[in-house]
Design a protein around this ligand. Structure first.
Ligand code: UFG
Length: 336
């Protein structure tokens, strides 16, 4: 493992959900962290102290000044839009922000002589996979502009590696969920579209959640996903940084547990944790939802010695529930 002391890391999109949990993980490991976020989707209160620079990656000049001011050892790159549905209505927005922003960042890194990057990728690069669990080496087959934008950046990274020796790790996330076990951070998307926070809200507001289809070819008819605790996901970034800074080669890794859970199963655990029945209605299928997405995460476990510690479904939901009760509800009422 590389010595994290004094290593200076730039985290783009560090005010977002996964980015902010990763900033905490890096600080706890002794890295010196600077955050860039344009706050178009991120939240200022997610970034501790005076680490935040409100800069858009599309704005090259301030980014160049930041790279000149700090001598970064590596970058962890989250800054991107992440709504599948929005990307299918506004592809230009996604390509400009996710691909254009990444290109500005990569060029700036090369100019500044920074040659290590961990990139926030997604299982959406696989589309509807023919194989479960999914290994990293199946062909890309994205089915929406969001997934395509991540494929494009992974491909750019391949060329920057070959031509500029920009060593990179792409982490392909499955379903990030849960909240910091100490309750400091949690999931606060606006609008919220993800299953677990919506189930928790349905349990408290008594407004029914719609289950998107129960006629899939799965044991209970609902979709299966690989839920990974955001703190375990954050840890994967720290390990990937250690790997690159220690001279490790470029590569792509799935980040999931290898264990799938159906929507109905998740709902049952939410009911257990909250002690409340979740009101729901069965709706039609959501377009583009694969029946099952489960990671083969052997490569990450083997190469980076990653082991999930919080990703048991009960623990994921308990931490999300703690956060929802202690923080999000208060903020919605304007008292947070
Ligand atoms: N679901 C419902 N009702 C809801 C919301 C979700 O039934 O109100 C179901 C979905 O159909 C899906 C499961 O719950 O089967 C999980 O849905 P999420 O929206 O929480 O997550 P996704 O699996 O759709 O999306 C995640 C990431 C995306 C990424 C995708 C990879 O959030 O960024 O995995 O395919 F692109």
């Amino acid at each position: 493992m590389a010595n994290a002391d004094k290593r200076r890391i730039l985290v783009t999109g560090g005010a977002g959900y996964i980015g902010s949990h990763t900033v905490l993980a890096l600080l706890e490991r002794g890295y010196d962290v600077t955050v860039v976020d344009d706050l178009s989707r991120g939240l200022r209160h997610n970034v501790p102290g005076k680490r935040l620079w409100e800069i858009s990656l599309q704005d090259r000049a301030p980014l160049q000044r930041l790279f000149a001011q700090y001598k970064f050892d590596a970058v962890v790159h989250f800054a991107a839009f992440t709504y599948v549905d929005e990307s299918s209505r506004r592809p230009g927005l996604y390509f400009r922000n996710n691909v254009g922003g990444s290109l500005e960042l990569l060029d700036t890194m090369v100019e500044a002589g920074v040659s290590h990057i961990v990139f926030s990728s997604t299982a959406a690069v696989y589309g509807v996979p023919a194989q479960i669990p999914i290994p990293e080496n199946i062909p890309f087959h994205p089915v929406n502009p969001y997934g395509e934008s991540k494929v494009m950046v992974e491909r750019m990274l391949g060329w920057f590696d070959r031509i500029h020796s920009l060593r990179n790790v792409s982490l392909r996330y499955f379903n990030a969920a849960g909240a910091d076990p100490q309750g400091r951070l949690g999931e606060e998307h606006d609008p919220e579209t993800h299953l677990i926070p919506l189930l928790l809200r349905a349990a408290t507001t008594r407004q029914p959640i719609t289950v998107f289809g129960d006629d899939y070819d799965t044991p209970d008819g609902t979709c299966i996903r690989d839920y990974i605790h955001v703190t375990d996901l954050a840890e994967a970034h720290a390990l990937a940084l250690d790997w690159l800074l220690g001279g490790g080669a470029s590569g792509a890794f799935n980040v999931g547990t290898g264990q799938g859970h159906s929507v109905r199963e998740v709902m049952r655990v939410v009911e257990e944790v909250t002690g409340t029945a979740v009101p729901f209605a069965i709706g039609s299928r959501r377009e583009g939802d694969p029946p099952a997405l489960v990671a083969d995460s052997a490569k990450l476990r083997r190469t980076l010695a990653w082991t999930p510690r919080y990703s048991d479904l009960h623990q994921i939901i308990s931490t999300a529930w703690n956060f929802e009760r202690r923080h999000a509800t208060g903020r919605r009422r304007g008292v947070g």
